[in-house]
Design a protein around this ligand. Structure first.
Ligand SMILES: C[S@@+](CC[C@H](N)C(=O)[O-])C[C@H]1O[C@@H](n2cnc3c(N)ncnc32)[C@H](O)[C@@H]1O
Length: 225
């Protein structure tokens, strides 16, 4: 499918290298995609560096927001939400509600601060907990940006050593998310950016794909089993 690409808001850079949260929010609301560092500067200093590897790029947020709006999706759960970049930028880019699940408390604290700073606290919330242990809200869509991949990275590329990481955890988390997808209601959507390491259950049909982003973004919908 050919789709129009959101313009990259490079014009913000030369004239204003330090736009306010209101300006960045206005750009996202009007379908303009700022360069990532203009958004990342609102994260705590130590969480800006990991952004290019660990947090969703704004161009991906914009494409996913377009699909979410086209399909009338009202609620999304970001499994492994980090410091909230996807949830907050996606809320600014559309009308849906976003919940993030995150295992690291310091990232949940940063995510709540980010939502407050951008004034989207009424449509964005974060749960501190691990997949499989935390109670999850009923949602119309799941978003997965390869959340378990960090388990397989070398120590320098991992975010920190505050949580259990490793091949065994990776396998366990994939089993849990596959079960979650199997048990989801008919009609549930799944968005994956750079996959999640597991298999999308067979009753999910691919409804959108963008291969022109840094990694592949796909959207699936669960049909009748
Ligand atoms: C690749 S980052 C994605 C962050 C965010 N979704 C975004 O796109 O900007 C993955 C995040 O998932 C979290 N995570 C990984 N496994 C998890 C689990 N089993 N339960 C909760 N959070 C998890 C990590 O702590 C990390 O913050």
């Amino acid at each position: 499918m050919t789709v129009a690409r959101a313009p990259v808001f490079e014009e913000l850079t030369p004239v204003d290298d330090h736009p306010s949260p209101e300006r960045v929010a206005r750009a996202l609301r009007t379908g303009i995609c700022p360069v990532d560092r203009l958004f990342d500067r609102f994260l705590p200093y130590e969480l800006r560096g990991p952004s290019s590897q660990h947090w969703t790029p704004l161009a991906v947020v914009a494409r996913a927001a377009q699909w979410i709006a086209e399909l009338g999706i009202g609620s999304v759960l970001d499994i492994g939400s980090g410091p909230g970049k996807y949830c907050v930028a996606a809320a600014l880019s559309g009308e849906a509600r976003f919940t993030g699940l995150e295992q690291r408390e310091r990232l949940v604290v940063a995510a709540r601060d980010l939502a407050r700073l951008f004034g989207v606290g009424n449509r964005v919330s974060f749960i501190h907990g691990a997949l499989g242990a935390a109670q999850l809200p009923a949602v119309e869509a799941f978003y997965l940006f390869n959340p378990f991949g960090e388990n397989l990275l070398d120590a320098e590329s991992q975010l920190d050593a505050d949580v259990e990481l490793g091949a065994e955890r990776y396998e366990k988390d994939i089993v849990v998310v596959e079960r979650l997808l199997c048990d989801a209601a008919e009609g549930t959507f799944l968005l994956t950016y750079n996959g999640f390491g597991g298999r999308v259950p067979e009753h999910y049909k691919e409804v959108r794909v963008d291969r022109e982003l840094p990694n592949v973004l796909r959207m699936w919908q669960k049909s009748k089993g």
